[in-house]
Design a protein around this ligand. Structure first.
Ligand SMILES: CC(=O)CC(=O)SCCNC(=O)CCNC(=O)[C@H](O)C(C)(C)COP(=O)(O)OP(=O)(O)OC[C@H]1O[C@@H](n2cnc3c(N)ncnc32)[C@H](O)[C@@H]1OP(=O)(O)O
Length: 425
């Protein structure tokens, strides 16, 4: 066995994230990925270079995108000898593509690679139902015009009704928002604390843009230079006035358009390498990816759909002999403000930590001022597969600016999973 090698994060870029049906309606995952990878190639002078792997992913994807990682790599300016792969773990996708690259570097299979992701809710595959699809396939396979016509015998106009992809769990039929409403009720997360969290995310993202934090992290695309979901002028009064978006009837709904992520389009990517490759190519190591972990919860039988990061973090910290307080800052993906607040409350709960996480005591409190220092998904938006690499790129830069430290990254995903990681400088 070769020894495990440290994995260096050299940096990342993304295009501005844009709300559904705004700036990126006619570009799709491949176009967004190509622009993002091209910008990364530009940033690190990788033109014509052969990397060990490009791993990309998308949650909502056309079959014409084929192997998105390879297709995007081929159009990125990298050497065509760079292989590419496409992975998917819902909102954890691009943290997972980064971990995929990191694992290959760690065990000595590659020296450098790119992990990223892209998603669109503006260019979704809308398909015909099974009946019409079978007819079309039969017609395509038919050898004679007569057989082609026969495939449509008994055709009904209703068969033209399209199927749209949904943001719903196949096993429960509930949307992410409906599941998170259940969690907010179980953990007694008040509406005003969700709104305050959302407002703070917008204020922090706006401030980070103002001080130039994103100048080398966000590249303009299609005439857009900032995330267009960002509302620096949002107020608690306006947020408080919004109606519940998912539980509209019980009178107890607390999740709204303001404290939930919007449907978003975007792409992001990060470059990882060994320390030696970074030095040989003249790149600074921003931080190292020390470890990562994935966990799942049994949401079908009552656990909160988006609570798996609580489990993944507990497992990862135990393996690394760290406590929840041993971090200088935290990057917790804000699928919904309530998701973050439920997670924090669970870590503070002695009962949850004992019974669910098998720990002797509560994991304890985190100082909220240390969470998401440059804003997060509520303000930037959340193109599912692009969020992980957005977070890693921003956290790596933050660690560099601070001159060192440790960051915990935590992302909840559909399917009741959580992907988490430790970054250190
Ligand atoms: C998938 C995974 O693996 C894990 C995860 O991350 S789970 C999360 C996945 N993401 C989702 O499920 C997306 C959830 N979001 C949605 O479905 C939709 O955004 C939503 C149903 C919540 C809202 O959709 P919508 O009603 O079309 O929102 P929208 O019209 O933009 O906004 C409604 C109002 O809120 C206002 N608003 C929104 N954000 C605001 C803010 N920050 N400040 C002030 N006002 C705001 C808008 O201005 C609008 O006001 P008016 O009615 O006065 O015009």
């Amino acid at each position: 066995m070769r020894p495990v090698r440290p994995v260096a994060v050299l940096g990342g870029v993304r295009i501005p994230f844009c709300r559904q049906n705004t700036a990126y309606t006619d570009v799709g995952n491949l176009g967004m990925s190509v622009r993002t990878l091209g910008a990364l190639v530009e940033k690190f002078g990788l033109h014509g270079q052969q990397l060990g792997e490009v791993a990309m992913g998308a949650v909502i994807k056309h079959s014409s995108d084929w192997n998105l990682g390879r297709e995007a790599a081929l159009s990125s300016g990298l050497s065509p000898l760079t292989p590419g792969i496409t992975l998917q773990r819902a909102c954890g996708t691009s943290l997972d593509t980064i971990v995929h690259i990191a694992n290959k570097i760690a065990v000595g299979q590659i020296e450098a690679g790119i992990g990223g992701g892209s998603d669109t809710t503006s260019d979704v595959p809308i398909v015909y139902g099974q009946k019409l699809r079978r007819r079309l396939l039969a017609a395509a396979a038919a050898k004679t015009p007569k057989d082609k016509l026969a495939a449509f015998k008994g055709f009904k106009l209703a068969e033209l009704k399209p199927d749209f992809p949904g943001v719903a769990e196949p096993r429960t039929g509930k949307s992410m928002g409906e599941h998170c409403e259940d969690m907010a009720k179980e953990w007694n997360i008040a509406r005003d604390s969700q709104d305050e969290w959302a407002l703070s995310s917008h204020k922090k993202l706006a401030a980070a843009y103002e001080r130039g934090f994103f100048d080398d992290l966000v590249v303009s695309f299609r005439g857009v230079s900032r995330d267009n979901n960002l509302r620096a002028d949002s107020t608690l009064e306006k947020l408080a006035s919004l109606k519940p978006a998912f539980d509209k009837t019980s009178g107890r709904g607390t999740l709204t358009a303001g404290n939930s992520t919007p449907l978003t389009d975007g792409a992001s990517a990060c470059l990882l390498a060994t320390d030696e490759w970074a030095a040989a190519h003249g790149h600074e190591v921003l931080c190292h990816l020390r470890d990562a972990q994935v966990a799942a919860v049994d949401f079908v039988h009552g656990e909160g759909l988006l609570m798996a990061p609580t489990v993944a973090v507990a497992e990862m910290l135990a393996r690394n002999n760290l406590t929840l307080q041993d971090f200088d800052f935290y990057e917790i993906h804000e699928a919904f403000a309530a998701q973050v607040l439920c997670t924090l409350r669970a870590w503070e709960s002695e009962e949850y930590c004992r019974t669910r996480l098998g720990l002797p005591a509560a994991m304890g409190r985190i100082d909220p001022a240390k969470i998401n220092p440059n804003g997060s998904s509520l303000a930037a938006g959340h193109p599912f597969a692009a969020t992980g690499a957005r977070i890693v790129a921003a956290a790596a830069k933050e660690l560099k600016l601070r001159g060192g430290g440790r960051c915990l990254v935590s992302i909840c995903t559909a399917g009741g999973m959580g992907v988490v990681a430790i970054l250190e400088r």
